[in-house]
Design a protein around this ligand. Structure first.
Ligand SMILES: Nc1nc2c(c(=O)[nH]1)N[C@H]1C(S)=C(S)[C@@H](COP(=O)(O)O)O[C@H]1N2
Ligand SMILES: [Mo]
Length: 508
């Protein structure tokens, strides 16, 4: 029997064709990235989102709790692999179609078109999908050209396969460079905010935060240098202020909608507001503070005439939604500036909601709709078992642990109690027998702002535990009972081991 006469269907799918298809898949993903960078138009973006949303919520919860940020990285890796497989399958289908129709020379076009269609179906974005298709076609064309036998033989020829692999590596490198440089344009340089009155106050306020920050090396200042980010999607939405509107809908007298220029044209305020994520570790890093610029949310919601109902549901462009009491919205803020510049894309550009004293999750980013609803409903995270819409828990973090000269030691961190306010921070170095007041930073203006604390002491010989607890403004002592983040946020006192080169005891 001649080698080109297949005995069964399987034999027509050669290893060579698989290698060329996978190479084309890699190139297609790189092509998509070249045109889209890391945005939802990149083929792996929606696939990562789909994975995160379709996985059983226990898997998602355990990934958040046990893997933390590694979980989201694994999510991206899995999405990249699936994207390659999807485009490889499209390529394989293209090869098969061309062969079946007896036009082997048209395999690049067939594979390219099918890959582009697959990418459009996933992302809804044309240009990056075309780029994926072109990259796929290119790899198949190179493999075709270099094949001694024609591709009817399913790339049984090594030269063709190597050509396909090599061209895919080339496309991958080029696509990566293009995508990361064009990524800069989807992350526009922050600019001055568009409200002169508010802009004038920002400098002095940031200066005040700087002056009030304790002068201790290794302790983050009162305005965070790197504000944490938590997102349901791997890729942040890119929303142009020109295309953005905020609508007030549902149980209202009259639905109202605002453009970006209308919002920034209103009387603006600057507020220090601290955010904390319900899913963080007890001594984790998802607690940060910034100076935000925006308008009181009732200035926008009031004119719609909201009915006296229980709740609101907020909707955002990334498919996120969160429900909480209408009463909580009344103290809320719509921010379009952060630390004196326009809101960064990762923090919800062009505008996000800030609700004082509540867990981070209801501070909806990329918000587009505030819907007044008559009955309680579940938000994105509540549907996955979390209870994170209520008041934030009090915490004192201990991120600074340092042994000083002369047998002294220094510990420090930030304390936060939502709108209850921090009245003090106490430290024990003898297992709770005695508690000493830590030094606190002067309070910043605002009712939902953290404070820094630091404590220096004569360290006992060898490793010893240091525990810190926050005292709320009314004297209430932070509860010592330790709970996991799931489902209501972590609680308990942070303890770390100091001395003897020992590491931290509880979640750094
Ligand atoms: N649209 C949208 N808003 C969102 C989220 C999101 O994934 N999408 N994450 C929420 C969560 S869980 C937290 S803790 C805060 C974090 O805000 P940051 O990323 O600006 O720190 O945003 C909240 N708002
Ligand atoms: Mo969160």
């Amino acid at each position: 029997m001649s080698p080109s006469a297949p005995t069964d269907r399987l034999e027509t799918v050669s290893l060579g064709a698989i290698a060329v298809s996978l190479s084309a898949g890699v190139a297609g993903v790189a092509g998509s990235y070249a045109a889209a960078s890391f945005t939802p138009a990149f083929i792996a973006g929606p696939i990562a989102g789909l994975l995160a949303r379709r996985l059983p919520s226990v898997v998602v919860t355990y990934s958040i709790l046990l893997l933390g940020d590694l979980g989201s990285q694994l999510n991206v890796v899995a999405a990249l692999a699936l994207s390659v497989l999807l485009l490889a399958a499209a390529t394989g289908a293209g090869l098969a179609v061309a062969e079946r129709l007896g036009v082997a020379g048209a395999a690049p076009q067939a594979a390219g078109v099918l890959a582009a269609i697959a990418a459009v179906l996933v992302t809804g974005a044309t240009i990056p999908s075309l780029a994926a298709g072109v990259a796929v076609a290119l790899v198949v064309a190179v493999a075709n050209l270099l094949s001694l036998t024609d591709c009817e033989a399913g790339f049984r020829d090594r030269r063709g396969v190597l050509g396909g692999v090599a061209s895919a590596i080339g496309v991958l490198g080029g696509g990566y460079l293009l995508g990361s440089s064009s990524g800069a344009s989807s992350n526009p340089e922050p600019s001055d905010i568009d409200n002169d009155g508010a802009q004038a106050e920002i400098g002095p306020l940031l200066q005040e935060a700087n002056d009030k920050s304790l002068d201790v090396e290794g302790l983050e200042p009162l305005v965070s240098e790197r504000f944490y980010e938590v997102d349901i999607n791997a890729t942040d939405p890119t929303v142009s202020p020109d295309d953005w509107t905020l609508s007030i809908t549902g149980a209202v007298d009259e639905e109202v909608s605002y453009t970006y220029d209308e919002v920034t044209g209103m009387d603006a305020e600057n507020r220090f507001v601290t955010l904390r994520c319900v899913g963080e570790k007890l001594n984790g890093r998802k607690l940060d503070n910034a100076l935000w610029t925006g308008v009181p949310i009732m200035d926008l919601v009031g004119p719609a005439g909201p009915a006296d109902e229980c709740c609101v549901m907020l909707h955002a462009t990334d498919g996120y939604y969160q429900e909480f009491p209408l009463s909580a919205l009344e103290d809320g803020f719509l921010a379009y500036g952060m630390n004196g510049e326009t809101l960064p894309r990762g923090h919800g550009s062009p505008a996000r909601v800030l609700i004082p004293g509540h867990w981070g999750e209801i501070n909806v980013k990329w918000v587009t709709e505030i819907e007044v609803i008559e009955e309680e409903a579940e938000g994105y995270w509540e549907e996955r078992g979390w209870h994170g819409t209520g008041p934030v828990k009090t915490v004192a973090k201990m991120h600074l642990v340092e042994e000083l000269d002369g047998g002294r030691a220094r510990v420090g961190g930030h304390a936060y109690a939502g709108t209850r306010g921090i009245g003090g921070v106490e430290v024990t170095t003898d297992g709770g027998e005695t508690w000493t007041d830590a030094t606190l930073s002067e309070p910043l203006p605002g009712e939902d702002v953290w404070r820094q604390w630091v404590h220096e002491y004569d360290a006992p010989e060898g490793p010893h535990d240091v525990t810190v607890r926050a005292i709320e403004a009314d004297g209430t002592v932070q509860p010592s009972e330790r709970t996991d983040a799931f489902p209501r946020g972590p609680s308990g006192w942070v303890t770390r081991t100091v001395g003897g080169g020992g590491g931290g005891r509880f979640g750094r």
